[in-house]
Design a protein around this ligand. Sequence first.
Ligand code: ASP
Length: 337
Amino acid sequence: MACFTRLIAFAFAAASLFVASPSWSMNMEYALVIHGGAGTITRDNMTAETEAAYRAALTEALRAGQEVLASGGTALDAVGATIMVMEDSPLFNAGKGAVFTNDGRNELDAAIMDGKTLNAGAIAGVTRVRNPIQLARAVMDKSPHVMLAGAGAEEFAREQNITLVSPTYFFTQRRFDQLRAVQENDKDALMLDHDGDHKYGTVGAVALDKDGNLAAGTSTGGLTNKKWGRIGDSPIIGAGTYASNKSCGVSGTGTGEYFIRLTIAREICALMEYKGYSAQEAADEVVQKRLTEIGGDGGVIVLDHDGSAAYSFNTEGMYRAHLNSANPDPVIGIYGE
Ligand code: ASP
């Protein structure tokens, strides 16, 4: 059975190598790439209505970031604006649509990184912050630290006048039903948001602005049924999120424990910086090969300092979209075609 599962994983990995990645002209002014999670996302388990809802949400998110970039705003602001749209949507496992923990709560993680300065901000395990990416940005800009967690992070949010909400704001019946369904089978089972029939995910964005600066951000509710204050890769700089003007910006989604062990995001940038890999080559090397070899699954979005973008995932699908100044209309992908 394990052998069969591995074969299937490799089949998907091989298939996803053929996913068309965006290739853009080298003199573009700005570029933006986003994801809304990777996983069991196939045409068979998608209705036309659901697909249309995702396409609309991805478009709205891209447009928010594009507005910032087109008017000369920074990559950091564009990443924040883009991710906030997805955090406010119940479709994604971030902000409003976050999955539930083992004890029926929602614990949110997020990170943002500036490729110009290597400054970064991250938060983990917050339960009352409406837009975690906004708090991650405040940690970067307004504190001497990189990462804050739990009650302390919320105290900092209060001091910074970041919008706090009642934990009930994050209640959605669909997510609660997912938790109950998982617990019925095995009260301790962990579920990646996209396993089985589930098609909702962590969100991320990478942007290049008119000054040539890169930024990356990621926001998530983590894994359904997580406990003990479990934190995944998304808020860990170098694992789920990374940006450096010397190489690239990356945001990932998938089984966080594997992304942490491989420091996936930094690894991709390192291959580009030290070995001269293209964004696509580096993403494929790390996701298709190394991540698959150790049994992890998921995907990444990558953007290099010239605005060349790449997607790579070893799952059946990944919600993804991009645009840039030369091709300003959203190009959206969902399945592994
Ligand atoms: N990477 C996230 C985590 O492990 C989950 C996801 O991408 O959906 O927390």
